[in-house]
Design a protein around this ligand. Structure first.
Ligand code: NAD
Length: 290
């Protein structure tokens, strides 16, 4: 396939490289002039998308996605598929999908989980929204860049699944960290706390697979000085998207709202920026109730 790839950052660069390695002709564009092995560098976005069968975008946010979509959609070939893998707000995802389908294109919103490691290893999970025909056209590319793709429903459903998942993740991480800090104050050994919770009803991905306490459970960013991993500011971005979506859908999300406020405080007013999102544990450790 001829593929255009816009946004060759931490995630986009290895994803584009994997498509090229699999034998596709990939033309890439990034405003930062990034060069990726096996990918032909375009000088402007429209040059990357001309005469392609598929275009993938991997951009920082919805506003940038909308700007890029305005530039490239009129230049794309009829019947080609527009695949946005960025994490953006549901409203932008739906607006871009409408724009693409009105222009005679197929469109999929397909945010990912799996982080930079998953992007390099080709083991991402894709959560996709769009028509069955659009998903079927994008699916072989998901197979190369990832290990699983779930077709979640119509346009915007991929973003909806992503932000709901990450709202659970943010809330659960906070709950796990505050429980460890409480256990400390009650004199409970952290290893014993892990041994009990990881096999009891309080178990979760954050406890069992990504334990925020150093030296406990499987290897995690806590064992590496809380270097990300998944940075606290990216968690904050996703939590804010969840609250924006909750606002526009009139959904009551008190835990998501509290998690957003806590990560906002941690990233903007404390030392959370640049740390893994599990560094909430040392934050709680230092604090008291009064
Ligand atoms: P990044 O900042 O490393 O990459 C974004 C790239 O887009 C940059 O290289 C930037 O120069 C480029 N860019 C910005 N505006 C542009 C434009 N108008 N035209 C072309 N290129 C432009 O970010 P990332 O970590 O690669 O994340 C990309 C997306 O994936 C984000 O939406 C993020 O939320 C999501 N995501 C990231 C992770 C992660 O672990 N990093 C995990 C899951 C999802």
């Amino acid at each position: 396939m001829q593929i255009g790839f816009i946004g060759l950052g931490n995630m986009g660069a290895p994803m584009a490289a994997n498509l090229a390695k699999a034998g596709h002709q990939v033309r890439g564009f990034d405003t930062a002039g990034v060069v990726v092995e096996g990918v032909t560098q375009a000088q402007i976005a429209t040059e990357a998308v001309a005469d392609t069968d598929a275009v993938i975008t991997m951009l920082p946010n919805g506003a940038i996605l909308r700007t890029v979509a305005d530039q490239i959609i009129p230049r794309m070939k009829q019947g080609a598929v527009f695949i946005d893998c960025s994490t953006v707000d549901v409203d932008s995802a739906r607006a871009v999908a409408d724009q693409a389908t009105s222009a005679g294109l197929l469109s999929v919103d397909a945010p990912v989980s799996g982080g930079i490691g998953g992007a390099s290893a080709g083991t991402l999970t894709f959560m996709a929204g769009g028509s069955g025909e659009a998903f079927a056209k994008a699916d072989p590319l998901f197979d190369i860049m990832g290990q699983k793709a779930v077709h979640c429903g119509e346009a915007g459903s991929g973003q909806a699944a992503k932000i709901c998942n990450n709202m659970i993740l943010g809330v659960t991480m906070i709950a796990t960290c505050e429980a460890f800090a409480l256990a400390d104050k009650l004199g409970l050994d952290r290893q014993k706390m892990f041994d009990v919770v990881s096999t009891s009803s309080g178990y979760s991905w954050t406890m069992n697979a990504y334990c925020p306490a150093p030296g406990i459970g499987p290897n995690s960013p806590a064992d590496n000085g809380y270097q990300p991993g998944f940075a606290a500011e990216l968690m904050l971005k996703d939590l804010r998207l969840s609250q924006q979506a909750a606002d526009s859908a009139d959904a009551d999300t008190p835990m998501g709202q509290t998690a957003t406020a806590l990560y906002e405080q941690f990233v903007e007013n404390e030392d959370g920026n640049g740390q893994d999102f599990s560094a909430m544990l040392p934050r709680f450790e230092k604090r008291g109730r009064r």
